[in-house]
Structures are given as C-alpha cells and as structure tokens.
Design a protein around this ligand. Sequence first.
Ligand SMILES: Cc1cc2nc3c(=O)[nH]c(=O)nc-3n(C[C@H](O)[C@H](O)[C@H](O)COP(=O)(O)O)c2cc1C
Length: 340
Amino acid sequence: MYDLLRNAMFLLSPETSHELGLDALGAMNRLHMSGLLAAKNVDEPKEFLGMNLKNAVGIAAGLDKNGDYIDALDALGFGFVEVGTVTPLAQAGNDKPRLFRLPEKQAIINRMGFNNKGIDHLVAQVKKRKSNGIVGINIGKNKNTPAEEAVNDYLICLEKAYEVADYITVNLSSPNTPGLRDLQFGEPLNRLLGQLKEKQTQLNNQTGLYRPILVKVAPDMEPSDIEQVGASFVKYGIDGAITTNTTIKRDAVQGLKHCDEMGGLSGEILLEDSTTALRLFKEVVGDNLPIIGVGGITKGEDAALKINNGADVVQVYSGFIYKGPKLISDCVEAIKRNKL
Ligand SMILES: Cc1cc2nc3c(=O)[nH]c(=O)nc-3n(C[C@H](O)[C@H](O)[C@H](O)COP(=O)(O)O)c2cc1C
C-alpha cells in the first residue's frame, strides 16, 4: 500500500508531497487508520540513555520539524521520534525549490534551511501529544543570529524544551545554515558544550529531571577532527552523539539529475561515509558515550551494520521516504537477528 501511495506522491514536487504525505499520515491517525500502513512486529523494547524505547529504530530529525505529526509517526511503529530542528524564532527557511529527489540512488538533496514555526509552537505540540513514545527535540540557531551569539539560541531552546523533551539534540551539522558547522570544532565547540552542560545542570537542579543532551555531527570530518570532537564530548560530559547528518560531498551521485544542487545529500550513498564516521567516533569515545547511528539506512542489514560499528540505536529518514514503514520492521528484525 505504501508503494502505491509513494508512486502517486512522487508525481508531485518533493516538498508538496512531503507536506501532503505528512498531512495524510496525520489524518489517518486521527481516523484510527494508521494500522493500514504501520510496520508489523516492531515491539522490541530497548533501553537507551535511561529511556525506554519501543524499539531501536527512530525517525531522524527534519521530517517533522514542528512536532505536528508525533502521534502519527509513533503509530507507524517508530521506536522513538526526533522532532525539529527548531530555532528560537519561527523562520521561513531558504527559497524554494530546496528539496530534490535522486531516485536512482534512493537519495535526497535538501537545503531547507531550518524552516520551522519556532520553539514555542513545537513545545506546545509536544505537550499536546497523546502517544507515550520517546520524543527527542533537535535544536538549532536562527539564520539571522550572528555566529558569536549562536550559543544563546541553543540555550533558549534547551531551556524551553527541557521539561517536555525526553532528550535534546544539539544540531551543529546542518550544511544549510551559514557558519553552523564551524561550531563543531575547537574553541567555539568547547564554549558551546561547556555552556550547554552548565544549563543542563541548572535545569536538572530546578526541575529534578535529567534530560540527556546529544550532539549531532557531520559525516564530512577528517579522522583528526573526529578525534578532537569526540574527546571534547567526553570532556564536557555530553550524554550521547548522533552520527551523522547529511553530506556536502557529491562523488557518489555525479551525472544524476539534481546532483549539483547545493545542500545536504542523504540516502543509500551516505551509508559508507556515515558508518565510517560512526566507527571512528566510537573508537574515540569508547563506552563513554552512547551513539545513535543514522545515515544511508535503506534496508535491514544497514541498521545491523550501524550497530556492529558502534551504534546503540539507529534512525532513518531518506530510506523511510523511499521504502515506507516496512523499513522499520526490516531494521528491527535485522537488529534482532544480529544479536542472536
Ligand atoms: C529533507 C531533509 C531535512 C532534514 N532536516 C534536518 C533537520 O532539520 N535537522 C537535522 O538534524 N537533520 C536533518 N536532516 C538529516 C537527517 O536527520 C539525517 O541525519 C540524514 O538525512 C541522514 O540520514 P538518511 O540517509 O537516513 O536520510 C534532514 C534530512 C532531509 C532529507
């Protein structure tokens, strides 16, 4: 059934079909019809950073930027849902077109630019949800905030999201916000991590709640960068890492329509680079830092590969667009088989 819907949707522009697809999922959920599409046999509870996930396969950030479809995504069978990236103030994102499909490689290029309705809207949506699954909130900076004030944007979002989120992801790795990836390295990174940790401690003392902070990194890092970034995460007591975001490389899609569009590339062709970054990261952080493995998962074995290279749990995005909810069951099954 998903294949039929996808084929119809793919006749529309990627962004229109993205919006219509999510609205359709939301409507099906309200009509208690998600079961028609939902993944089967995905009840495989997994403990991760003190949270009880329904299974080890989550939906990655960027699909539900505003938290408008949490119940619908939960009903499809995802083990956890990450919403965002959200910024302090609502913003329109980049000009359209900004989303491109490369179906020959089950890939997507996007330069959405953190289009979102702002943190207040997202927090209200998370509070309103009916499902009881784990929800992570992925936070970023507004485009107009100067780089030297970026830390404030993250602190504002952390404070507002803290009580309603099960975990917080700090997104330093989108290629679509100028200067964002510079925060991933050296002194800017250490300053940001130090202040986030301080705020987390303060909020923990105020609320009695401990919300893990994970940082999401890019796949386009040299091994020496990974060493330095991983060491900083451990030094500042960051709770976990998400490897990885989209890539700015284009080698694997040369010659295909849209291959030269600016933005982040995701999907099947990201698997190798993203998993290499995961493995190197794991070598640096060892057992000090749990990891969510994401990037290029389009079949069950890819999820098992991530686990074998150091991920504790996984997320999917592009593969889900191409394959639908069956990808969740395939990944859950492959991870289970891998353990036996
Ligand atoms: C259209 C689109 C929008 C995205 N938006 C975000 C975002 O807002 N924040 C974020 O951290 N990652 C975002 N991502 C990256 C995904 O969460 C994921 O890290 C990346 O796509 C690699 O996984 P995949 O190969 O399974 O798609 C986006 C990806 C796509 C395709």
